[in-house]
Design a protein around this ligand. Sequence first.
Ligand code: PSU
Ligand code: MN
Length: 311
Amino acid sequence: MTDFHIRFGAEVAEALRTGRPVVALESTIVSHGLPRPDNLRVAREIEQAVRDAGAVPATIGMIGGELVAGLDDAQLTRLATVDGVAKLSVRDLAVAAATGADGATTVAATSAVAAAAGIGVFATGGLGGVHREAAQTFDESADLITLARTPIAVVCAGVKSILDVGATLERLETLGVSVVGYRTRRFPGFYLTDSGFDLDWSAESPEQVADMIAARDQQATHHGGLIVANPLPTDEQLDPDLHDRTLAEGLALLARDGVTGKAVTPFLLAHFHSATEGASLAVNIRIILRNADLAARIAVAAAQRRTGPAA
Ligand code: PSU
Ligand code: MN
């Protein structure tokens, strides 16, 4: 009989056993979110950013039907370069495992696997959310409902700016997902520093985020996710005019080509990367590396809270 448990990379297993800080990373940005050949290089750079800040990276994905927390370099290469890697949300995990598939995990699936694996901090670029035509299409990312039920702290630059940001924030409120700005009371706009929406809460340091995670766990009144929204500095954002133009074009192409469902997000991201001639790609990479660094510092602070400062 096949064993469907999560397989751990050796370094991740050791870190979890000894209480060292670990940061979960998703693989959908590698397989579907970033263009080849940059994707593999960036995947490795994200892991390095986590290491540089003192934590162990656990990139999560599915290899031949096996869920892996802490992909090794050959496995990462496989998800980055082989055609036909599936995009796996939470609902796909069991089905894909039973069919022996290769798959990349979204924010939703990565959060679910990380929490099951005992990893409490996760870094990504931008969350999925409510799409602009959602009133007609009902297209809302499973990232939202999964964060409602999964005790994970996810560091992101807000939700992708291709979405309806206001509607997404309303849904996060309804679903009971905590949202704090990192050193800001404005919700970031992914490629843009500021989405234009206010936040009720901010955190000033990795230690303060670790306190929030500890409070949630000790109170046991809320069992869901904490979004740590980490904006790009304004001088690193995508030019707002270029952003708005590219987005309008992308949405028109989406309608023209009749793209729906889980293809929508990769389609719009790919449009940005080609239409801005790499400018959005550079920004996207900066976002992820910054988030990996902050997530690692939060994981370090959380580990110190549990075990005292490292020797
Ligand atoms: N953030 C990025 N690039 C991405 C994604 C997030 O910077 O490619 C992926 C994440 O995996 C996220 C998914 O969970 O897009 C959302 O897809 P959907 O809208 O189909 O739920
Ligand atoms: Mn969708």
